[in-house]
Each structure stands twice: as structure tokens, then as C-alpha cells.
Design a protein around this ligand. Structure first.
Ligand code: PEP
Length: 244
């Protein structure tokens, strides 16, 4: 299975900045065997990425409407992302769940809509600090996963992102990541049978060049979803080098 390094820019980079980032990457990028790279960018940046990313690097959105088209002012449809050249989209990021009250059912509807339009959904799950401190992180995350994958096909990526580790500099240990990734794999087997072995389970939360190899070296961790360290090209190159 190819490792996936998915870069979540969040609400950073204007189209001009996205173009500069892609141009800088183009001058220095050497593909790492066995590693897929995907840039998850604000929708307005997608045309700059389509025009300037090196060949073989995927890009996608950070959210998608649960609706096909119509009177949903401000929303962006899966068909629009697809037409802009996107191949994937993040759904259910903890920042969407927290600031936009997205429920598991909303996330599943968005993932289904992505798949219906030929986009690979990257479905995020993960517990808050209080849940971890109570020792309930495994059942809570699996319940969130089952709700977020309701009716969703096996052509999906799951990102385990403990909320307390996102953007905080606090990284879960590689063993913490593996504990949840293995539990997620078990839940995926229940839902998808043998196809679960081909579903990539990512870890996200303060991943950087210094820790990515250990985390992605765990048997059930098939890549990383990276926020802060995705913004500067040297950090991205450092992560790719660490995965070689
Ligand atoms: C994220 O945005 O999904 C994320 C994991 O952010 P960071 O790497 O900054 O913790």
C-alpha cells in the first residue's frame, strides 16, 4: 500500500502564495518511492495548484457540500472540486466539527457526495483531551468512525487525529497512533471485510520531519495528515526524506 502524505493548509495561502509554494516545490521535489503526496488547499487555490504542481502530486479540498447543487449559498460542490482537478477532499476535520457543528451524519453525507463525484474522501475522527483522560478514546473514536462512514463505500481514507494533538505541538506517541489505527482497522474490517486491508489509515497531530518516520513505521499507520508542517516547502521535503 502506498503511504499517503496529505498536507492540510487550512485557511492559509492566497492563490498567489499557493502558486509560489508549488513553484518552489517543483524546483526541489524528487518523488519518494511508495509515497503519495496530496495538497489539501482552500478551494480558491486549486487552479493555481492545477497549473503549477509537479506531475504526480494530487490536490483536493478541505470540505465539500453534502448537496449535489442548488440553493446552498457559499457552499462548494463535489462536482466543482472535481472539475477544478481535485481528486480528494477532507471531510469531518475537527475544526469543521467544532466551529461548524458538523455531526457524524453530516460528515457521512459529505463523504458519500464526494464518492458519488469520483473524489476520494479523507474522513477525520479523533477524541478530545477530556475523553482521552477518561480513557474512553478508543470506543469514542470508533463510534465517531462508524457514524461518519454510514453508507460510505470502501474507497476512502481515514485520518485519526486526536484533537488535543492538532496544532498544539503535542504529538501522540507512535504507539498511541498505532493503538487507534489498529482499532480503526478492526472497525473497517467489520464494515468492509477484506477491502479494509486496502484502506489507508493516517495519523494527524503535530507531525513534522522529526517524528513522521516513527509514526508511519507502525503497521496500521499508512501515512499522515499534516497541518503546520505543510506550509513550508523545506518541511514537506524533510518529511518526504524521512519516509524514503
Ligand atoms: C491538521 O490540520 O489536520 C493537523 C494535524 O494539524 P497540525 O499538523 O498542525 O497538528
Amino acid at each position: 500500500m502506498q503511504t499517503l502524505l496529505a498536507l492540510n493548509w487550512k485557511m492559509n495561502k492566497t492563490p498567489t502564495e499557493a502558486r509560489s509554494w508549488a513553484e518552489e516545490l517543483t524546483t526541489k521535489y524528487a518523488p519518494a518511492e511508495g509515497v503519495d503526496l496530496a495538497v489539501l488547499a482552500p478551494a480558491l487555490d486549486l487552479s493555481a495548484l492545477a497549473a503549477n504542481l509537479p506531475a504526480g502530486i494530487a490536490f483536493g479540498g478541505q470540505d465539500v457540500s453534502a448537496h449535489e447543487s442548488g440553493a446552498y449559498t457559499g457552499e462548494i460542490s463535489a462536482a466543482m472540486l472535481k472539475d477544478a482537478g481535485a481528486s480528494c477532499v477532507v471531510v469531518g476535520h475537527s475544526e469543521r466539527r467544532e466551529y461548524h457543528d458538523e455531526s457524524d451524519a453530516d460528515v457521512a453525507a459529505k463523504a458519500r457526495q464526494a464518492q458519488a463525484n469520483g473524489l476520494l474522501p479523507i474522513v477525520c475522527v479523533g477524541e478530545n483531551l477530556d475523553v482521552r483522560e477518561r480513557g474512553e478514546h478508543v470506543p469514542q473514536t470508533l463510534a465517531q468512525l462508524r457514524g461518519s462512514l454510514e453508507g460510505v463505500g470502501a474507497d476512502v481514507v481515514v485520518a485519526y487525529e486526536p484533537v488535543w494533538a492538532i496544532g498544539t505541538g503535542k504529538t501522540a506517541t507512535a504507539d498511541d497512533a498505532e493503538e487507534l489505527a489498529a482499532a480503526i482497522r478492526g472497525a473497517l474490517r467489520e464494515q468492509y471485510g477484506a477491502r479494509a486491508e486496502g484502506i489507508r489509515v493516517l495519523y494527524g497531530g503535530s507531525v513534522k520531519p522529526e517524528n513522521i518516520a516513527e509514526i508511519c513505521g507502525k503497521p496500521n499507520v499508512n501515512g499522515a495528515l499534516v497541518g503546520g508542517a505543510s506550509l513550508k516547502v523545506p518541511d514537506v521535503l524533510g518529511m518526504l526524506d524521512a519516509l524514503r
